[in-house]
Structures are given as C-alpha cells and as structure tokens.
Design a protein around this ligand. Sequence first.
Ligand SMILES: [Zn+2]
Length: 744
Amino acid sequence: MSIYRYILFPSLLFSIIFGANNYLWPTNASNSITTVFGDIRPFRYHTGIDIRTYGINGLDIYAIEDGHISRIAVSASGYGKVVYIKMNDGNTSIYAHLDRFNEKLELVKEQLQRQCDCFSIDHIFSENQYPIKRGDIIGYTGDSGSLSGPHIHFEIRNRKGEPFNPLLTNYTLKDNISPVPEKLIITNLDKTSYINGLPKIAEFEIERISDTDYVVNNIISVSGEIGISLEIYDKMDEQPFNFGLYNIKLEIDNVIIFQAEYNHINFNEGYKVYSERDYSKYNFERKKIYSLYKKNNYKPSSFIQNIPIKKISFEDRSYHKCKITASDYNGNQIQVNFDLLSTKNKNTIIDITNKQNGFLVESNDEKLKSINIYLINELDEKIIFNDLRIDTLSSTSYFVQNSKVLLNTLALEPIYKDGGRGPIQYHKIKFDDTVLQGKIKLIDNERGTSFEFEENNFSSKQPVLGLTLDGKLYRYPLYKCSIRGYISQMFYPLELRGLTKASIFYLDSTIHQFSIEINSNVSIPGFPLILNDKLITLKSVNNQKKYSSFDESNHDDSFLYIQSYPDKNLIDEMDIIYGPFLIGPQSVPLKNEFELFYENQENYANLGIFKYDVYNKKWKFSDNEKEGTKIKTKIKTGGIYSIIKDNQPPIISKKIPNIGSTYRHDHFSMLQYEIKDDLCGIKNENSIEVLLDEKKIIVEYNTYRNMVFHKLKEPLNLGTHTIEVMVRDNCNNINKIKGDFYIK
Ligand SMILES: [Zn+2]
C-alpha cells in the first residue's frame, strides 16, 4: 500500500472532565432522542442532540446546572426561540425551538421586541443579570424555527464555544441495539481505478452472520486508488429512527486506515461534512453514508481521530483483509469483514455459438475458474433466471440447453481462479431489429468525470464514445457495465477542457447516433471563472472561502458544465420561462461558491430561480436578487435549475379575526392566520404586516406551522375594529385582506 502522507493530529483536549458532570436531563418531555450529535445535515454536522417531544408543545425545559442566562434569541428560522445558559463549570447549555420562554424571559423578550419594533431579537445578558438554578424552568418545548416539527435541539458547548457530544457527560440513553450496516460502497478515485474490472463506483450487499458480524461474500477485485464507504444506521430501543454512529473505523491488514469518533466539532468545520459523508446519496436519497477515505485537500474535521489518513491503493497483486468496526455511544458494536484483491484487469473473451438445442459457451482464458451463466430481462436486471440446464464440458466451456423461460438475454460472469470476478457479459439469444437509441449522461466523481451511455434496448453492438474537444473529435472505448449500460474511463477536469459535445458511435458506423451539447469550463480555486450559456451565466464568487489545505495534492479543480435538461415530468403545470437546465457536477458539491445569473431580456415580472429537489420531487425557490436586467442566486451545488414565473399570491386562511365576524370579548385573546405560498415561498416575518386598528403589531411567525400569531396584552374594547393583513411572497406577489370585525 502506498502511503499518501502521515499526519498526526494532536490528541483532543476536552475542557470537561468526563463523568465529573452531574447535569440534570433538560426536560420532562422524554428521555429519548431523534438525532445524535455529529449526524449529517445539509452542509454541516448536527451540533447537538434532538430530544423527542412526541409532537407535543409546551412541556417543561429545565436548566441542567447552576449558572446564568447568557443569551436569548428569537427568529423564524434556525434555532427559533433559544436560551443559552453559561453554567458555573464554564460550559454553555443551549435549548432551542422553544414554544415560549418562562414568564420572566417572556417579559424581557417583549420589551426587546418593542424596542426594535421587530420579531427577531438576539440579546446577550451580563453575568449577574439573570442567575439560574439547576432545575429552574427556563421555557417550554415547541417547534419555533424547526424544519421537522416539535422537538428540543439541545446543545452543550465548552469554554471555547465548541459543541461537544452531550452524551460525554453523565447522560445515558436506553440503547441495547447494535448498528445495522446496509451496503458497502467502493469508489474509483483515479484514472487507473477499476472495481471488478469496471471504472465505476460499485455497491455490495452485506450478509449478516450474527447480530454483530457481517461479511461481503465475494472477493472484490480492485486496482488504482479506491475509496471505501459504508451505509449504516444505528437503532435504539423502542425508537423508530435511523441514528448516526458514535465511532467508525476501517482497518486494512490490521492497520487502522481511518477512524472517526463524534466527540466535538468547531462551527467553522461544517463544510467538511461532505468530505466525510456522501453528498449525492444524502441529497438525492437521504441515505447516510460514511466515507472512510481521503476525498479532497481539506484538513479532516475534529471528528477524524489521530491516525494517518492513507491513500488506499495496492500494487502488490495480493489479498487484503478489510474490517470496518462501527459502534453507537453505548458500545453496541458490529464489524463488517471483506476481502479486496489487488489485481490487474483481465480481459476475458467468451465465445457463444448457437447450436440446435442450445448454446456452446467457451473461453480460452486460463485464469478462469468458471463462468456464472444465467438468463436476464433486458429491461429489468432484477429479473433473472439462474436455474438453466448446463453441461459443464470443462472449466472454460459449457453447453447451455435451450430453456422455455421467456428471457431474451444470456448473462455470463467470469469467475477467476484467484476468486475475483470480471464484468458481466451479455448475449442476446434471439436477435431482433432493435432501433439504436439511448441516453448519454455525465457521471461526476470527486476527482473527475465519466460518461455513461444507456441504450433503450440492448443492441448487442459495440458503442464508442466521441468527445468534441476544442472543435476536434476524439474517440474513446466504452465498457459494458450493465445489460444496457456502458461507462467510459474517468477524465480529469483539465482533460475535458473545451468540451462542447459528447456523442455515441457504433463500431460499424462512421456517423454518430446521438449526441448531447455541453457547455463547459474548468474551475480552479482562486481563479475567476465565467461560464455563459445563452441567458444563463455562472460566475465564481470573488470572496471564496479559503479552505485550509491538508496537503499539496491537486484535486481542487473541477469540471463545470451546463446542459439543457428537457424532462417533461419536471415542467408539468409550471410556468417555466427558461430551462430546465442542468448545472454539473451534480453528484459532488461545488468546490467554490458560484453566482447563477439569468438575463431577463423579456423583462418578465414575478420570476424566481428555482432548483429541483429530487428527493422531495418539487421545485424550490433559490433566489431572485436583482442586478440590472438580471436576477441572480448563489449556488453551492449543481443540479437541475429553472427560471419560473409565479403569479400566485400567498394564501391567507384560518383567519382569526375574520372580516365581518363578531367575537365575544372574553373569548378573544389572540390573532392568528395561516399563511401559505406554494411556489416562491415567504422569506421571513418582514414579508408579513399586520395592522390592528391601523397600528402595526409585532406578530410571531412560525414557519413549521405556516402560522402568524399575536397574543393580545389586554382584551379589545367592545365595538368595531379594523384588521389589515398583508403578505408578500419572494416573487413579489401580494395578498392583502382588510376590513372590520366586531367585539361584543
Ligand atoms: Zn437539532
């Protein structure tokens, strides 16, 4: 194994002494959690634990230790209503998403809101202003600022302001269940990387031996630099959630290659989450995958323990025992064992001859141990038939008897004497005139880009990839990676400079069958980049974050591209002004922040730049900041974008008071409205204005429930009152209601 670089991190010093705390559990809501510390969140790590409130608001929240209230804040997003307590031991405990503060803090909040004439506040208390005792009620559970409903986000920070795992204190949770691994994933990381003979990421099923032992059954052949990842979830007693781990470790040949332990994190390390977890699986499928390898130049986060981070690349043509150990905080531990075989790619030719009552399958590759032969459905690879009547003539020749099974394709998997497997080959039993048709897709990897081609019908012909680079056409081989699928080698960003077109040729033809136009550029951090595509411009943001570099290896350039994306399913019923278009890479996050501009030549009104949320299957408003005749948004990731016109004003419903209605004065203590806007959405509380008797009132905005509230200090006088509610969405559509209501 080649050693990439040894870096020894100083061992972590905690400002708390383990076991020395005797913190009170912060609530009577429950003793269970829904999310652990260090779990993945979009572009950050989860910095606390989420305590379960079973959908209920208004349960007690207690100070966990003596100290003083050091800060409170109110906001429609983020932590919502939140209390910070600086405790006598120097740590700070934080209680977020409250429904309301305790009475005394509510008064402080109201005073601060009156002072600023606003809803959002953020206030620091001096040390002696508001002392608090362990067990004092500081507020009540709620869903303010929450995206997922009622819960307490509870966080403890050390003296340096760094959040640490609250379970490192005296807290314990009921958890006797071990984590459950789902899939092993091997990623090709450079041009020479092949996994079971293909330059393509591969997933492997994991077999359970016992509650704690798992294996991958077949030996995996690898060459070049690879990355190893594991999809795994922890379970806790009586809880339905998929939790994150506390510790994960990869050993190869008894040497620790990678280890993470979720103890503490600094807030400025959030961006590293996608270096240590899989972005695309999380973003598109909400799967949680731990990446146990070095992806890029970033210095690993505080979660990565004091071990050398090695490049996983073998040159010895031998077997390597791999073991992944994973555990939860209670020490419930599992291990996954698998073998990698460092190998040179074998190119096995298998000949198939049609005979009267079957097929003769032959090869003269001496490295072959056997050929795994079965029938497969060309349109659905999950449908297979592996109970064929086969006469074994020798280890490399077989007679396959005709079968009555209505599957049209023979699949042939070479199995070698060394235990490795080669790419599956396919043979159509009955040839029909297939129309050559298919789709070309770009596959983004951490370090480069590959081209995938999928035929609509398996043609049995050999396609070739054509790339038009700086006006010249180059041809490259394609590898068969599934019954209708082909993959190219990986290209590094600079190799694709000047790419304008990707085409598919067939070996017996000089004219291309299909092609896609690609507008592209290569982005190098620190160098400004502009990519124009008709009315769209992509521009690197000047004040790019200076990420701390881990070493000098160059993986920080990336291949950036824009392609049209005419998917009818995404367009339906939308007033799409421009697009959809695809900005790539989309499977890995962008290495810089970019601004995306749309040149609004037609001077349309009520526009927004939208990104398609693949997981939730809906368009999400990104932004529409005006700059001259353009609108723009900042983007951190590629994906499918569109310019959409929204003419629908927000909907105001569940109105109390309703215009024209009469209310009993002793039953009327709160104004409330439900405010919804489907497409553009509502930015924040400043987009909502409520006037009671022509005087502006401060309303609370709860984004999770789409509600605005205002509690009356004093009952309203008997008689006629006026109410005016005005809401503006992000695309400048306004809904306004105004009129009288009566109190009797
Ligand atoms: Zn949380």
